[in-house]
Design a protein around this ligand. Structure first.
Ligand code: S3P
Length: 171
């Protein structure tokens, strides 16, 4: 029997990757892994600490290592961090090792969903909206170039998004 492909969720902060990933995995009876969660467990420290002590570059090295490990599993659902598509080597691993699903959302929705967030170092600034718009400009083309499927998450709840994904990946 052919192994089930991994289902890999990419997209910006606040798109719902963790929530939708957990629901999707339960729906399809697969295991779920959240890259940021695994990085923190491995390191024994949270993401703000890693950014403080090792810088963004240190975090990105840990992220590449974790993407490499998680995508070598089979038939699992993986939620990546919003910056996972920044490195070409990551994009290549994601494309080659699973069906990649881009969870699209708008900057307006990101602002609402991350309003009280203290765990994302890149958003702890007064010009957060400008940061998110700049990121969208850089990253949206990378998400699109990496994904097999794009699904909007800004106009409906997680359950409807999961149903849409299931319909599109189990055809
Ligand atoms: C980041 C997104 C975060 C986390 C880190 C950097 C980014 O993950 O990996 O704070 O560069 O967009 P989420 O997308 O799960 O918030």
């Amino acid at each position: 029997m052919q192994a089930l492909p991994n289902l890999i969720l990419i997209g910006p902060m606040g798109a719902g990757k963790s929530t939708i990933g957990r629901l999707l995995a339960a729906e399809l009876s697969r295991d779920f892994f959240d890259s940021d969660h695994e990085i923190q467990a491995r390191c024994g420290a949270d993401i703000p600490w890693i950014f403080d002590v090792e810088g963004e570059a240190g975090f990105r090295d840990r992220e590449t290592q974790m993407i490499d490990e998680l995508t070598q599993l089979e038939g699992v659902v993986i939620a990546t961090g919003g910056g996972a598509v920044l490195r070409e080597e990551n994009r290549q691993m994601l494309r080659e090792r699973g069906t990649v699903i881009y969870l699209f959302t708008t900057v307006e929705q990101q602002l609402r969903r991350t309003a009280k967030d203290r765990n994302r170092p890149l958003l702890q600034r007064p010009d957060k909206e400008a940061v998110l718009r700049e990121m969208f400009g850089v990253r949206d083309p990378l998400y699109r170039a990496t994904a097999d499927v794009t699904v909007r998450t800004d106009r409906r709840g997680p359950r409807a998004v999961v149903n849409d994904i299931v319909r599109r990946v189990t055809r």
